[in-house]
Write a protein that binds this ligand. Structure first.
Ligand SMILES: NC(=O)c1ccc[n+]([C@@H]2O[C@H](COP(=O)([O-])OP(=O)(O)OC[C@H]3O[C@@H](n4cnc5c(N)ncnc54)[C@H](OP(=O)(O)O)[C@@H]3O)[C@@H](O)[C@H]2O)c1
Length: 254
């Protein structure tokens, strides 16, 4: 157990990777701030599982807005007094040819995948004690371009670079900042990506990975804990991609 009194904020934690990270951190003794934009029933499901191990708080807030991120920080402070770990997890992946992205879509992706990280980090750092950590959920598409993910991938690349800048700037506060860059994780988002590529999970795993498997959200949650337990990893991006980046045949890269 890391520390029974610590507090973690996980954005976009009503399902998928965010839910799994919340449950794992609850098992590690963290009090958990669960965030959803709208779907309270998904948040309740996460809370039910979190409550088996620890205390949880649901904050309904849109992290793509400054006010939403202020609300998360304020409610965390009121309920738990501080935040020891922020996981900037909320994200939106829309596959679309670059020339077809209209202003509405551009604004939505930029605010969800990039502004949210800026706003949430600025608001939450104000309530972080020394020794805290930030983990960004980025993506392999931020490292290796994938056709039709131009906006999403570029914004994830920006978050990877921001990770390095923040590791530098926040080191006087003794706050570490790292990122995790997965390929296909078995969640709603991962399923949509495979659908878009017209691939069944088994076919993707057989043809386009070295390990013969997609990634499971539990592996991402375990990596968050690994980063927490590794005080000398700072400013880094850990790639978890089933070996996909070593394969030269991935459909989105041709
Ligand atoms: N799954 C993959 O294959 C994969 C690969 C690489 C990286 N990632 C990254 O991992 C993170 C988690 O992805 P996932 O696979 O768990 O996706 P997911 O199943 O689609 O979950 C994303 C969560 O983020 C929430 N969210 C989106 N916009 C939000 C906002 N403005 N405010 C608050 N919550 C918001 C979503 O809620 P609503 O839908 O209700 O808005 C949803 O609960 C994302 O950053 C994603 O880019 C995923």
């Amino acid at each position: 157990m890391l520390n029974g009194s610590k507090v973690a904020v996980i954005t976009g934690s009503g399902r998928g990777i965010g839910r799994e990270i919340s449950i794992r951190l609850a098992k590690e003794g963290f009090k958990i701030v669960i965030n959803v934009k709208k779907r309270l029933e998904e948040a309740q499901e996460t809370l039910k599982e979190v409550s088996m191990y620890s205390e949880g708080l649901i904050v309904q807030a849109d992290v793509s807005t400054r006010d939403g991120c202020k609300k998360i920080a304020e409610e965390t402070r009121k309920s738990f007094g501080r935040c020891d770990l922020l996981v900037n997890n909320a994200g939106l992946a829309i596959a679309m040819p670059f020339m077809e992205c209209d202003d509405k879509l551009i604004e939505k992706i930029v605010s969800t995948d990039f502004l949210s990280v800026i706003y949430c980090t600025q608001e939450i750092v104000k309530i972080m004690p020394e020794g805290s950590s930030i983990v960004m959920m980025t993506s392999l598409s931020g490292i290796k371009p994938m056709k039709y993910l131009s906006l999403y991938g570029s914004l994830k690349a920006a978050v990877i670079r921001l990770t390095e800048y923040l590791a530098l700037e926040l080191s006087p506060n003794k706050i570490r900042v790292n990122s995790i860059a997965p390929s296909v994780v078995r969640t709603k988002m991962g399923d949509s990506l495979l659908n878009f590529l017209n691939l069944k999970e088994e076919e993707y795993a057989d043809k386009y990975t070295l390990t013969g498997s997609v990634i499971f959200p539990k592996e991402i949650a375990a990596t968050v804990v690994y980063l927490l337990e590794s005080p000398n990893i700072n400013g880094q991006t850990l790639i978890i991609d089933s070996g996909q980046s070593l394969m030269l045949n991935f459909p989105g890269q041709q």
